[in-house]
Design a binder for this molecule. Structure first.
Ligand code: ZN
Length: 274
């Protein structure tokens, strides 16, 4: 197939297009054909340009705060012109609380000012080539990891006070931890006790004390996600999956990627009960 064609447009009145030009160049660097409409285009002009240029995707950028009216207008004009098969993605200075509103009105995805151009380029490639496997959302919270000094000292809170079922206690020598898994619906709580002073859990306890250590998300597409995050420049603790507790493959994302929260991605391999 030919090059992916993208129309980058700035609806509305704001007069800054540096961000849009940076995005246009980044997408060109990814081998895409980018048409930039210039400043202050009306929704009708944008849709006309998209149809004339036969683009695969429209990227709308807004810094003016007018995205809530202008992005849905572009979607409506596309419908009126029989071109609603052209997907629209949005970006710019867009507060998180406006994102659900825009998605409901037909914008495929919103990239905020914190998003990387790599993430945008990957998303567009997947959007335009649906035969390529799309990244799905992680399926569930597999477990929440809680650092404790000693499992035996706290276990009764979980089993008696909360009434959770203790599924098993497992020692993972390679990680320097003893773990206890408590089942809660589809998820688990994972108590983590350090085996010795070199254990990463001991270092966490020394620094922060007992408490929530990490959140683990279950994803079938562990390798694909790690590859994508690597190319997006997301800092990872493990670039390759490693063996985790409970017959799983796991990899940790660096907490500086997630506002101080340590995330684990895990995939349970064949033959394990979850
Ligand atoms: Zn974990």
């Amino acid at each position: 197939m030919g090059k992916i064609r993208v129309l980058i447009a700035k609806p509305g009145l704001d007069g800054h297009d540096r961000g849009a030009l940076v995005i246009a160049q980044a997408l060109r660097d990814h081998g895409m054909e980018v048409i930039y409409t210039g400043l202050r285009q009306s929704p009708v002009q944008i849709v006309q340009a998209a149809i004339q240029e036969d683009v695969d995707v429209i990227g709308l950028s807004s810094l003016s705060g007018a995205h809530k009216t202008l992005f849905p207008k572009v979607i409506n004009v596309l419908k009126e012109q029989g071109a609603s098969d052209i997907p629209v993605v949005g970006g710019g200075v867009i507060p998180a609380e406006d994102i659900p509103y825009l998605l409901e009105r037909g914008v495929q995805k919103i990239f905020t000012s914190g998003s990387s151009t790599e993430a945008l380029a990957l998303y567009i490639k997947q959007l335009v080539n649906p035969e390529k496997e799309q990244l799905k959302s992680p399926e569930k919270i597999a477990h929440i990891g809680i650092a404790v000094q000693q499992i035996d000292h706290v276990i009764s809170f979980y089993t008696d006070t909360l009434g959770l079922e203790l599924e098993g206690v497992e020692t993972v020598e390679s990680e320097g931890v003893k773990t206890a898994f408590l089942k809660i619906g589809e998820s688990r709580l994972e108590l983590l006790e350090p085996l010795d002073n070199d254990s990463p859990i001991q270092r966490f306890l020394d620094k922060k004390g007992e408490g929530i250590h990490h959140i683990a998300l279950e994803t079938e597409q562990l390798d694909e996600r790690l590859q994508n995050m690597t190319s997006e420049g997301i800092p990872l603790i493990n670039e390759e999956p490693k063996q985790g507790a409970h017959n799983s493959q796991v990899a940790f994302i660096h907490p500086k990627a997630a506002g101080g929260v340590l995330f684990e991605l895990c995939r349970h391999t064949e033959g394990s009960e979850h």
